[in-house]
Ligand binder design. Structure first.
Ligand code: GLV
Length: 397
């Protein structure tokens, strides 16, 4: 053989501890890390194999996802890919060529949804917030739905690129009135703000395992209600991607209450599912309301500290801010890259720069899951203060 074993693979992997206070992933708790090192089970292991079997773990995960989404939807499961795949899966299942989709855009994730919807052949209409740093009013949303008459309205509850929180309450009444589906992206928001899927008449929603749930990246909790399922059943064209086909995935996750054996669709990662199970269990133990409160308290503490440092928050009004991702304006005369590099090199602390429309303009501090503690906020503020002093490029500061 001519290709030699790579030298880099000769020593075992050793990862230094870093505190991940960016927009995700967040650090997993010791309980979750411990779950990740449990023995691997076969993805089709049933009670015939053992008392604690893989299907039982999948059922517990399903219940945990129903809890965090506050839904009784039977078609609730975890997609084997990151939160982004949740976006791909809802659009792929619900859209057909020439369907009109209306997308609310106040950051990169709305833009991304528009890109994906176009790839599935949909006619994309956009409602764009040009004044970045603001969210959409119910009146703006209703007017846009009235004008465009879409089959599907896509909304991001928490825009991690801009730090904007979009309230969902009231939108479901509009989409029902106009016979339209409501899809909500909760990747960066679930667990930091309330999300009442059934009560708010949301037809499909998804999230990510790696943010507030605190499990590793690689799984996307997802849920569809009966209305969404009916839309899928009435499709004139097949669901274009086998891997995202929710009718098949639903059979693997036993969502249709049939006595038929579970379908083998693909090999799920037992390890990642253990992590997600524990992440959901930790939220259930603490209680969802308490988890939300903890994130909101930490966010309030961060806002106060940032203002005390003489810095400005990017989203002016507090009720429009996403507690899990805070965007902070980069002060004049400061090189944002130097600040984030300083924090990482000196303190192994991750603070991120902006993304998409906020690139170069903001820092992004994530407050997520296990990391949402008062001590971590104090630490971030201390490091930020020190890093700013070391990163001034002009005399304006
Ligand atoms: C990822 O979700 C990010 O906002 O950077």
């Amino acid at each position: 053989m001519n290709v030699r074993p790579p030298l880099g693979l000769k020593s075992p992997l050793r990862i230094p501890h870093k505190l991940l206070m960016g927009p995700g992933p967040s650090n997993s708790s010791p309980r979750i890390l411990n779950a990740l090192s449990q023995p691997i089970l076969g993805h089709m292991h049933s009670e015939l194999f053992d008392k604690l079997h893989f299907f039982q773990i999948m059922d517990e995960i399903k219940k945990g996802i129903q809890y965090v989404f506050q839904t009784n939807n039977q078609l609730t499961l975890a997609i084997s890919a990151s939160g982004h795949a949740g976006m791909e899966a809802v659009l792929c299942n619900l859209l057909e060529p020439h369907d009109v989709v209306l997308i609310l855009i106040n950051g990169i994730w709305g833009e991304r949804a528009a890109n994906l919807a176009e790839r599935y052949g949909a006619i994309v209409r956009k409602l764009v917030k040009t004044a970045l740093g603001s969210n959409f009013s119910i009146i703006e949303i209703e007017n846009a739905v009235k004008i465009h008459q879409p089959k599907l309205l896509f909304v991001v509850q928490g825009e991690s690129s801009t730090g904007i929180y979009q309230p969902i309450i009231g939108i479901g009444e509009i989409t029902r009135r106009y016979n339209c589906l409501l899809v909500v992206d909760t990747v960066a928001s679930l667990g930091a703000v309330p999300f009442l899927m059934d009560k708010w008449k949301v037809d499909a929603a998804y999230s990510g395992s790696q943010k507030i749930i605190g499990a590793p990246p690689g799984l996307a909790p997802i849920s569809f209600n009966e209305r969404a399922l009916k839309t899928i059943a009435n499709r004139k064209t097949p669901i274009p991607v086998y891997f995202w086909d929710i009718t098949l995935l639903g059979q693997q996750w036993n969502c249709f209450e049939r006595s038929a054996p579970r379908l083998y669709h693909h090999t799920t990662s037992a390890t990642l599912l253990y992590g997600l199970r524990e992440g959901l269990a930790v939220i259930a133990d603490e209680g969802l309301e308490q988890v939300i409160k903890r994130h909101q308290h930490c966010a309030a503490q961060l806002y106060e500290g940032i203002e005390a440092l003489g810095m400005q928050l990017y989203v002016d009004e507090e009720h429009k801010r996403l507690p899990s991702v805070t965007t902070i304006k980069v002060p004049d005369g400061v090189d944002w890259r130097k600040v984030t590099e300083y924090a990482m090199k000196r303190y192994k602390l991750e603070i991120s720069g902006g993304l998409g429309p906020t690139a170069g303009k903001v820092f992004r501090v994530g407050i997520m899951g296990y990391n949402a503690t008062q001590e971590n906020i104090v630490f971030v503020l201390d490091v930020l203060k020190e890093a700013l002093k070391h990163s001034v490029t002009s005399s304006k500061l």
